[in-house]
Design a protein around this ligand. Structure first.
Ligand SMILES: C=CC1=C(C)c2cc3[nH]c(cc4nc(cc5[nH]c(cc1n2)c(C)c5CCC(=O)O)C(CCC(=O)O)=C4C)c(C)c3C=C
Ligand SMILES: [Fe+2]
Length: 428
């Protein structure tokens, strides 16, 4: 088994253990801190996970029993392996709600997230019962704060410069109603009911303090759908995620997380990260009209297995200088993988952790489908922004995409035991 991305690395470990689990202990606990490593195997009889096995003594499957820790250096849902279901939801604080209400809300949300991620029922809001019988199913709940949060709570002086608005890009067709927001929540789980249950519980917890501004639903391939752990595919059919930074890379933490010793306006962000969220519609009818050869040239990689057009396997580094018999570079000058590569962007890198979306068929008959692109970095000005600027100028993929919504959120570090997310900002 050759892991091909950090996500797959983790998935492969999980599945190796999961195979063992089928014959014995079935559940796993995944730590939220630093690389989502597996910290322990737990019994699958339900004693560790609350709801698990409530209907009898049958052990949960590995998918159901896998638990991601709420507490840790970083919030869960950043380096956690991709889950098969996702909800992204942004809230605005209600008129009149300020710092006190925001602190109480984040305290309530943290308590609910912790309980649900452990497979227990929600206590704050009456539990809806949607997730009864299921285990934690790798549920993660990740909380972020938007630029406007700091004005609403009187904390503008502590707003990091990293939350300055993203520049406008020529290919943007952004809908402000589906963009930004005071607060952002990313929910991921390997079970659709567990994910929806968390969404409902958090929405109820918001009570009078905050209202939903926008919500988007996404998905990835289900755990166990492939014969061996593989990098995900997107709705264009491409293997997507291969060249993500890996937790084992020496500069991974520096690139993705705000340093622990951060000072000034950033001190409360130590261990945190910045999420750029883009709803990117794929113009699938146009894309699917391209021949396979043209599709592969647009990306610079083979569609079948994600290998670079310059040769090798999926994990072989791109040879950007390799020339073809026609005297042109084998990976075209405007290929997406070339233009977005860190070596073409002064080292700019980000951790891409997307969900696909499909919201039915639009009035013109085209699928309203694409990518809920979520990327993580210590500083968007050294991650998303330079790369998107470059893509905006000459990416062969751009004609097949439409950026429909955008958000930038500060995602505080993981809460210590007894803490809620954002406490270091709100109670300083
Ligand atoms: C600004 C950042 C990026 C946006 C927006 C983006 C959109 C986007 N990408 C794909 C498909 C693929 N992207 C791939 C690689 C890749 N993409 C970005 C950045 C953005 N993509 C980076 C930094 C990289 C890695 C480059 C490298 O280091 O080699 C690939 C190739 C496989 C891989 O490495 O993941 C594909 C395929 C789509 C469909 C899309 C918008 C919908
Ligand atoms: Fe990309």
């Amino acid at each position: 088994m050759s892991p091909v991305s950090d996500n797959n690395l983790e998935i492969s470990r999980r599945r190796v253990l999961g195979t063992v689990g089928a014959a014995g202990a079935a559940g796993l606990v995944i730590g939220a801190a630093g690389g989502a490593g597996i910290s322990a195997a737990v019994s699958g009889d339900g004693s560790e996970t609350g709801k698990a096995g409530s209907g009898g003594s049958t052990a949960l499957s590995t998918v159901g029993a896998t638990e991601v820790m709420f507490h840790g250096k970083h919030q869960a849902g950043i380096t956690t392996p991709l889950q098969s279901r996702g909800h992204l939801v942004a809230f605005d604080l209600a008129p009149g709600a300020g710092r006190k209400e925001a602190a109480a809300l984040l305290r309530r949300w943290s308590a609910t997230a912790k309980a649900l991620m452990a497979g227990r029922t929600a206590s704050g809001a009456a539990d809806t019962g949607i997730a009864l019988d299921a285990g934690p199913s790798s549920l993660t709940v990740t909380f972020g704060l938007g630029r406007t949060f700091f004005d609403r709570t009187g904390l503008a002086a502590r707003r990091p410069g990293q939350l300055d608005p993203l520049p406008a890009f020529s290919s943007d067709a952004l809908d402000p109603k589906r963009s930004e927001g005071d607060l952002w929540v990313q929910i991921g789980a390997d079970d659709a009911l567990v994910a929806f249950h968390a969404l409902r519980a958090l929405q109820k917890d918001a009570g009078e303090a905050a209202r939903v501004r926008w919500q988007m639903n996404g998905f990835n391939r289900s755990a166990g759908a492939t014969a061996r752990p593989m990098t995900a595919r997107n709705l264009m059919g491409q293997v997507d995620g291969t060249n993500n930074p890996k937790p084992a890379d020496p500069d991974f933490d520096k690139r993705i997380f705000v340093p622990q010793g951060a000072t000034g306006a950033q001190d409360w962000m130590a261990g945190g990260s910045y999420a750029v969220v883009r709803r990117i519609r794929m113009l699938l009818d146009d894309w699917e009209r391209l021949s396979l050869d043209k599709q592969e040239k647009v990306i610079g990689r083979r569609k079948s297995d994600g290998a670079p057009l310059s040769g090798g396997t999926e994990t072989t580094p791109l040879d950007l200088n390799k020339m073809g018999p026609d005297g042109k570079t084998v990976i075209p000058d405007n290929a997406h993988a070339r233009i977005s590569a860190p070596e073409q962007n002064g080292g700019a890198a980000m951790l891409r952790r997307p969900f696909s979306f499909h919201d039915g068929i639009a009035a013109d008959g085209t699928p309203d489908a694409g990518l809920l692109f979520v990327c993580w970095q210590a500083d968007p000005l050294r991650g998303f922004v330079p790369v998107q600027r470059k893509l905006d100028r000459g990416d062969a993929l751009s004609p097949f995409l439409r950026h429909e919504a955008s958000g930038l959120f500060a995602v505080p570090g993981g809460p210590a035991e007894g803490e809620y997310v954002g406490q270091r900002l709100l109670e300083a």
